[in-house]
Design a protein. Sequence first.
Length: 542
Amino acid sequence: MKQNVHPVLVVGAGPVGLTMAAELARHGVRCRIVDRLASPSAYCRAIGVTPRTLEVWDDMGIVREMIDAGLWLTGMRLIVNGAQPKDLLLDLSDLPYGHLGLPQYETERILGERVSRFGIQVERPVTLASLRQDDDAIHAKLERADGSCEEATFHHVVGCDGAHSTVRKALQIPFEGERFPLDFMLGDVRIDWDLPRGLAMRAIHVREGEAPDMFIAIPLPESNRYRVSMVAPDTPPGGSLDASAEHGIQTERAGPPLPLLQKIADRLAIGKPRLSDLRWSSIFRISMRLAQRYADGNAFIAGDAAHIHPPTGGQGMNTGIQDAYNLAWKMALVLKGEARKSLLESYEYERLPVGADVVARTRAQSESIGRAEGKRDRLADTQILISYRNTKWVKESLADEPPDLAPRAGDRAPDCDGLRMENVRSPLRMFDVLRGTSFVLLIYYSDPLQPAQTSFLDNLASGLRSKYGSLVRVVLISNAETGNPAVIGVTIMRDSDGAFATAYQAQSETAYLIRPDGYIGCHMRPVTENGIVGYFDDLGLR
């Protein structure tokens, strides 16, 4: 009797694993998700949510819940060497979202509820004991707390199981890099001071030839609560690092007591604010490491299993969530038979350079902390600038060069507002148009359609619908207030105030094929059915 083969096993139910499970389900593929912990962690580890991750959650349909549970981070009060405080306010008003402060346990709660709504439950506590794969499937041994074991077979396994990843070790993927030469302390505390709500605080004393002394406080949604971080003393409570840290993996040990955190705050923060109500604290050392590869056969790794680095800029969790967001739609298409397996090769090709950049950039920022404050690009930590340009899975086909600021194939598709649709009373955003699991073919015409153009769009929509069904939606965007006839299979939008033309630097008869993850897969002018079909063939769609 042939053994039952499950589609996907997701190992690890943190933010990355939960995103992977939720996105697979949204794209029509069920998975099993397991975690070695009996219950989710109640500790506030990751806090910062980037504008790009909020765009991901917008597409997933959970951004409102996340915003309601969080606190907008508006900037930072900086104190260097005891000088007068300087408030560095961050203006991201030209982006759809700003930076959000959200404790990791809230992120996991909302993602977990999203997964549950798809009828998928996290299996706890379950440990991946072993993994072996052949050409067609992966055979996993799962162990439960009562000692019972299960042998199960899957088409794919995704390791979202952190820096100590069992999946990565089973695949024998090198995790290369080195330890950061400092220990750090974290604490979740109440602070009584007059810092405006939403503003973080960074107090630094720069020491020539040594690591800076620092006290950093990131606000939490609860009134007067902060997650504080600082460099640990040379001989902190809890003793020396355990053996696993000597191999360069992120490691924690007994947390520091409140008096030690207060001592550092007294030394660095102006006014010696009072710390109280310590809920949780930790001392840890973190490495700067990058997996040599993100995939091996039918198995993949994502998040901290693939990249770890200093927490500067709040990039870690966000990068991992976007790893999963990139992989899930591709894996779903392959498992549903709508794309060739070769599409999965693009995951490592696109995401490994992103991980490498984050590791290098956060290391450089951490090593220069206190020496170049306030001089960085305001978009550096937003993740809006991530691009997959010049890779084999995106295509640029233009009759002439576009304007310098025009988005290209591989770039994130910009949002814009003011789009009007007949008989819909309120204006729409571009993200409203793109939301969903399909590819969206945007075609821009600056003037009313001529009969030949109407006929072309009708034939294009019909041909794509016949070949790809609901996998592709066609949207016409025009400046014209009147004169565009209805076209079967085409959604017609009016760029009422020119916001689309400005955001995309659009020229008439330009097409943008937007992938399910919100990146421009194909940028084409003039658009042809053969060009679109050719791109899909190159991508591996069937």
